[in-house]
Design a protein around this ligand. Structure first.
Ligand SMILES: NC(=O)c1ccc[n+]([C@@H]2O[C@H](COP(=O)([O-])OP(=O)(O)OC[C@H]3O[C@@H](n4cnc5c(N)ncnc54)[C@H](OP(=O)(O)O)[C@@H]3O)[C@@H](O)[C@H]2O)c1
Length: 360
C-alpha cells in the first residue's frame, strides 16, 4: 500500500491518505520537542511527494508556529494547498488572562479560526477538530457554530478529539436530527499502548460511520524501537517531557520488536500496521521529528501482519476497559444466547440453569 491509496474519511466525500502527517513537531518553540523549520519542511515535502495528502495541526502547537510553517510552505507552492486535506483544531487558549480566548463557544471558535486561517494563509480548512471537550459551553452552541462555518465554506468537514463518548453521541444525534453538519471522524489516542478507546468511542465511531484518526500512534515514540528495557533512550526530545515506558509497557514493546525482527522491518512499522488492521476506517497520524522517522514509519504501509502476529499483539496489549464493558462481552452472550451461536458469536449456558431443571 502507498500514501496515494486513498481512503474515504468516514461517511463523507473526503478522500485521504492511509496515514496522515502530524505537524505537532514542526518548530522548536518552547515545550514542543519539535524540529527546525528546515527539517519540518523536508518531512512535509517527503510526505507530499509520496502522495500524502492529509496534514494535521492545531492552533497551539509550537505556540502557532506549526500552522505558520505549513502556511509558509504552501504559500511558496501555488496550487499545492488545494490538493491537500489541511486539518487544524480549536480549543486551546493562546491568550493568557482572556477567558474567551479558547474553548468551544461561538465567539471563541470564530476568533480561533480567524487566527488559524491567517497563520496558514488559506481561506478554508478541510477538517476542523474540536481539540478537547468544553464542559462550560452547551454542545448545541458548538455544533451550530460549526454548522454555520461549513455552510459558509470556511470549514469543509468537522470532527471531535478527546471528547467523552456520551457528549459525542449527544452532539451527533443533535446534528442529524436538526439537519446540521455531522461529525465524520474522531481523533483519539490509540496505539498498542493505549487501547481504552475500544470501550466507548470506537464502537460509537463504527455505529455512526465515523473514521478513527489515532494520535500518538507510537505512544510518544515508545513503540518506535528505540526504547529498550534497562537502557536510556538516545536521540529523543520527547523523552524529556514524557519519561519512558513502564515495565508493563516494555512487555508490549518487546513483542513488537520481536515481530519487527521476524519481518525484517522497523518496530514503528509493526505498531502502525497493527493500527491499520483494526476494523473500520483507521487513519493514524504519524509523528516525526526527523526525516528518518518518517521513512521508518511509512514502512507501516508496506507490511502485512499475519493472523498470528495480530493475535500476539492483541493479546499482549489487551486493555482493561471501564464498566460496563465486562458485562457486555462474553457474560452478555451467556445471559442472552444461552449456549447458541448468534452472528458468529458462541455462548455458554448460565451455569445455574444447568444445575437445576426447576423453573417458576
Ligand atoms: N488530538 C490530540 O490531542 C493530539 C495529541 C497528540 C498528538 N496529536 C496529533 O498526532 C500527531 C502524532 O502524535 P505524536 O507526535 O505523539 O506521535 P508518535 O509517533 O506517538 O510520537 C512521535 C515522536 O516519537 C518519536 N518517533 C516517531 N517515529 C520515530 C521513529 N521511527 N524512530 C524513532 N523515534 C520516532 C519522535 O520523538 P523523539 O525523537 O523526540 O523521541 C517523534 O516526535 C501529532 O503531530 C498531532 O498532529 C493530537
Amino acid at each position: 500500500m502507498s500514501l496515494d491509496s486513498y481512503v474515504t474519511l468516514g461517511r463523507s466525500g473526503l478522500r485521504v491518505s492511509p496515514f496522515a502527517l502530524g505537524a505537532m513537531t514542526f518548530g522548536e518553540d518552547p515545550g514542543a520537542a519539535g524540529t527546525s523549520v528546515a527539517e519540518s519542511e523536508q518531512i512535509l515535502a517527503a510526505y507530499l511527494d509520496r502522495g500524502g495528502n492529509f496534514v494535521d495541526t492545531a492552533n497551539f502547537y509550537t505556540n502557532g508556529h506549526s500552522e505558520k510553517i505549513l502556511g509558509d510552505f504552501f504559500a511558496r507552492s501555488p496550487g499545492r494547498r488545494q490538493r491537500v486535506v489541511l486539518a487544524s483544531k480549536f480549543f486551546a487558549n493562546l491568550h493568557p488572562g482572556d477567558p474567551n480566548g479558547g474553548g468551544a463557544g461561538r465567539s471563541a471558535i470564530l476568533a480561533q479560526l480567524h487566527e488559524t486561517l491567517r497563520r496558514m494563509q488559506t481561506d478554508y480548512l478541510d477538517v476542523y477538530w474540536l481539540h478537547n471537550w468544553d464542559r462550560h459551553t452547551p454542545i448545541e452552541e458548538t455544533m451550530r457554530t460549526l454548522d454555520d462555518l461549513v455552510r459558509a465554506g470556511t470549514v469543509r468537514y468537522i470532527g471531535f478529539s478527546n471528547t467523552p463518548a456520551w457528549v459525542t453521541a449527544s452532539a451527533q444525534t443533535m446534528a442529524l436530527l436538526r439537519g446540521w453538519t455531522p461529525l465524520i471522524a474522531l481523533q483519539v489516542e490509540y496505539s498498542l499502548l493505549a487501547r481504552t478507546v475500544e470501550g466507548e468511542l470506537a464502537p460509537l465511531a463504527a455505529d455512526q460511520g465515523m473514521a478513527l484518526v489515532p494520535w500518538s500512534p507510537l505512544k510518544n515514540g515508545f513503540l518506535s524501537g528505540k526504547y529498550r528495557r534497562g537502557s536510556d533512550v538516545s536521540d529523543s526530545a520527547r523523552a524529556a517531557y514524557v519519561g519512558g515506558p513502564t515495565e508493563d509497557e516494555f512487555t508490549v514493546i518487546e513483542t513488537v520488536d520481536d515481530i519487527a525482527g521476524e519481518l525484517e522491518t522497523s518496530s514503528a512499522a509493526v505498531a502502525l500496521a497493527w493500527l491499520r488492521a483494526r476494523t473500520g476506517t483507521v487513519v493514524p497520524i504519524i509523528g516525526a521529528r526527523r526525516l528518518a522517522h518518517l521513512e521508518s514509519n511509512l514502512a507501516g504501509l508496506d507490511i502485512a501482519l499475519t493472523a498470528d502476529h495480530l493475535h500476539r499483539l492483541d493479546q499482549v496489549s489487551a486493555p482493561a476497559l471501564n464498566y460496563p464493558a465486562d458485562l457486555n462481552g462474553q457474560m452478555r452472550a451467556t445471559l442472552q444466547f444461552a449456549g447458541t451461536t448468534v452472528d458468529g458469536q458462541a455462548s455458554a449456558v448460565y451455569p445455574p440453569l444447568l444445575a437445576s431443571t426447576v423453573r417458576y
